[in-house]
Design a protein around this ligand. Sequence first.
Ligand code: GUN
Ligand code: FE
Length: 451
Amino acid sequence: FLAGDFSVYNAIMKGTLVHCLSLHKDDFQLWNDAIVGVSEKGTISFVGNGCDVKTLSEVYGFSVDQVTNLGRKFLIPGLIDTHLHAPQYAFTGTGTDLPLLEWLNRYTFPIESKYADLQIAEHAYTKAVKRVLSLGTTTGCYYATIHLPATKLLVQIINQLGQRAYVGKVNMDRNSPETYVESTENSLKDTEEFIQYCLASGEEGKRLVTPIITPRFVPSCTTELMTGLGRLAAQYNVPIQSHISENCDEVKWVKDLHPECESYTDVYEKHNLLNEKSVMAHGVYLKDEELQKFADAGAGISHCPTSNFQLASGVFNVRNALDKGVKVGLGTDVAGGYSSSMWESIRQAMNASNTFRFGREFNSVGYREAFALATVGGAEVLGLGERVGNFWPGKEFDALIVDPFVEGGPFDVFEWENEEQIFEKMVMMGDDRNIESVFVGGKLVAGTSKV
Ligand code: GUN
Ligand code: FE
């Protein structure tokens, strides 16, 4: 297999490449002796497998010395976190004892309200973004807080650190603590200013950070606010993110707040917040009719299993959603989730799916499919399927060099193990010690360069 333009390259790498061309099980590819060419612009010029570099170099006129040999290290696409809360990084791994609504009031809102202070924001946001980059997350879909200045600062930090991201200023104008709430008017005004701020930071297609409309969830937003946000989303053609059907008490509350709506999904739909650019987190309690609405609208779900287990929210049935034709990606949902690592999300997605298999036949999500969800699945959910998610020529080089043999690493490899078994160990046991380099758009953003 060989594809792309061999006349354009700035760097060439040779190694074992693992990626998924789609979520379909036949599209998981582990290519030995793979070769990847990266252009000056940081896009993938060409890719091939089963390559004899010497022959290729003669045919295409490059020198063998120009090829970086990664040996038995893996080259894999960067991971895509479709749902995380940057301000919540500070308390990740604590507050593990309460369900969603109590957890928000007791732990989350008090911490998020601190981001009115730019010094706190700068310190915590820098730590949060550096952490996820080092774990191999090349694209993050972030919630900030209600504060406009700190949310702009998050955009600057992400740009500086070189991550690809969606960033949302959170909207909350009801059912929120006095110290952490906005007026409807200010919420809309600040959101519009934030969108314009992000859009002005660079041309479409070149910008690293995209603004995303972020009503926290239905209980936090009045009808007036949601209507205004739906209008802004259409006017600026920007994506939308929120939470949906995460927890039983929450679902009941939304039913009480909106007796005029058929379902939780219907509330977003009626406010023009459910379309092909929507990323809705959790969806644990969505009925099949609601999943059908997601499929029809082209809206995506961010499956956040680590959080669903930690907050005892419930278990999302990924297989059912995929069977209904719904786009699904994975998220860490820090700090509802106790780990910033998408590797943990991958494992918990497998565990979540396995719970539907107990005692019966079920085609549960295995490590290949969970890896696909964390890469191409996330790319589709974020509308970035043409730009990231795998090593298809023309896409951005958002990639990780993974060293399964690293000294002092989290697992050992034995001589009888083949490349796929080693990759499986990485998925199940690997961590940032194994991640040697992280590239976004061809630029090294974490680790050490091998190119
Ligand atoms: N629903 C509303 N806000 C939040 C949040 O911050 N985290 C989670 N997991 N669910 C939410
Ligand atoms: Fe969340």
